[in-house]
Design a protein around this ligand. Structure first.
Ligand SMILES: [Fe+2]
Ligand SMILES: [Fe+2]
Length: 372
């Protein structure tokens, strides 16, 4: 005989299991917990949302086979689990998505804003969840990870915030693009006041994000040994171009960084922070904005790059709408196909040929959902 359980009881049990698992996230409890995370989002447990989609061809130069691929997760904005578990479930879902990829990606890149307010417990919780990725992890910093203690805890856990590495002929560069001028000392702000000021992107008190002179010099040195036809992929958190200053969708010294990258035949810049599909090209530099697992930002009222095909405006009654993770297929020439794994919508691919042809070929599909 089966005992009847009300929806409420079942939900409570699921939550209990979810939080029990979070206390000690080894591989086994992760599987249980991530299953519960999916189950708890009723109606969202879509079949594997991370299905790679074949690129809509029609362009002769979108044919080359990817040399390798990596997965991309970003902007989880974790609170402590007793404060908010929705964002925790978002990250669990992304880790699940990526772990289900077969074959596994060569590595997973995390694009910053792991924590919401830079607190140790938030960063540690994120690190614990990310430990469950099967593929190796590379990670960068976002402003939400940084401005409570100016990166101390994050760096203790993850290492340097500026670095580079090589993988299968591609040179990857990771920049801390959220460096701000000191606005806090003169105002006698506490660390949390500073953090909250930076977190409020449009409060008008903080300074604009920069890469800064020190990192620009490091970048020049780092790239000096690479010839002009090298394959270079740069990760920034904020876009390395000027989109909309009032929201800090902006890097103040973007032109100076672009000038360093200018001598290369082609460069790809991949960024988080804007929590939405963004495509841009400035000269030889191809830019791709990635999704968040926490929430989608609206599009900025001005400054939108022409190549961007906007997502439809997310359903305000569906907290996961417009969120997702992604996959990057790197072609032998270093340019990429970006696959946006939108959790509640069809995946969208922005193919290499689209940016190569300045938007004339392999045009990504228009949004297939109503805009709210
Ligand atoms: Fe973010
Ligand atoms: Fe950010």
């Amino acid at each position: 005989m089966t005992t009847h359980k009300s929806v409420e009881t079942r939900y409570l049990e699921e939550r209990q299991q979810f939080f029990q698992g979070l206390r000690n996230l080894d591989r086994r409890s992760f599987l249980k917990v991530s299953g519960a995370a999916l189950g708890a989002t009723v109606g969202l447990a879509a079949p594997q949302s991370f299905t790679p989609v074949s690129v809509a061809m029609g362009a002769e130069n979108s044919d080359s086979k990817p040399a390798f691929r990596f997965a991309y997760i970003s902007d989880s904005h974790l609170y402590e689990k007793n404060v908010n578990d929705r964002f925790v479930r978002g990250l669990l879902r992304a880790v699940d998505d990526v772990n289900k990829l077969d074959p596994q990606p060569d590595f997973v890149f995390y694009g910053g804003d792991l924590a919401q307010l830079g607190e140790l417990k938030q960063i540690e919780l994120g690190a614990q969840i990310l430990k469950n990725l099967k593929a190796p992890l590379r990670i960068m910093v976002g402003e939400h990870d940084w401005y409570l203690d100016l990166g101390q805890k994050w760096q203790e856990l993850f290492g340097k915030s500026t670095y580079s590495f090589d993988h299968k002929n591609v040179h990857f560069v990771v920049l801390n693009s959220v460096v701000e001028k000191d606005f806090w000392t003169v105002r006698k702000m506490t660390p949390m006041e500073r953090m909250k000021t930076v977190a409020g992107l449009d409060n008008g008190v903080q300074s604009s994000f920069t890469v800064g002179e020190e990192q620009r010099n490091w970048l020049k040195d780092d790239l000096a040994k690479h010839p002009d036809d090298a394959q270079v992929i740069v990760f920034s958190h904020s876009p390395l171009y000027k989109l909309y200053k009032n929201w800090n969708f902006w890097t103040d010294d973007a032109e100076e960084v672009q000038a360093i990258l200018k001598r290369f035949k082609q460069v790809v810049v991949i960024h988080g922070h804007t929590h939405q599909l963004l495509t841009n090209r400035i000269g030889n530099i191809h830019f791709h904005g990635m999704l968040s697992t926490a929430w989608p930002w609206p599009y900025a009222p001005e400054g939108m790059p022409e190549l961007t095909i906007q997502m439809s405006r997310p359903d305000p009654f569906d907290p996961n709408d417009g969120c997702g993770d992604g996959e990057v297929r790197v072609h032998p020439d270093g340019l990429v196909d970006k696959v946006y794994s939108l959790w509640n919508r069809n995946p969208i691919t922005v193919a290499r040929a689209y940016t190569v042809s300045w938007g004339k070929q392999s045009i990504p599909p228009k949004p297939n959902r109503v805009a709210y």
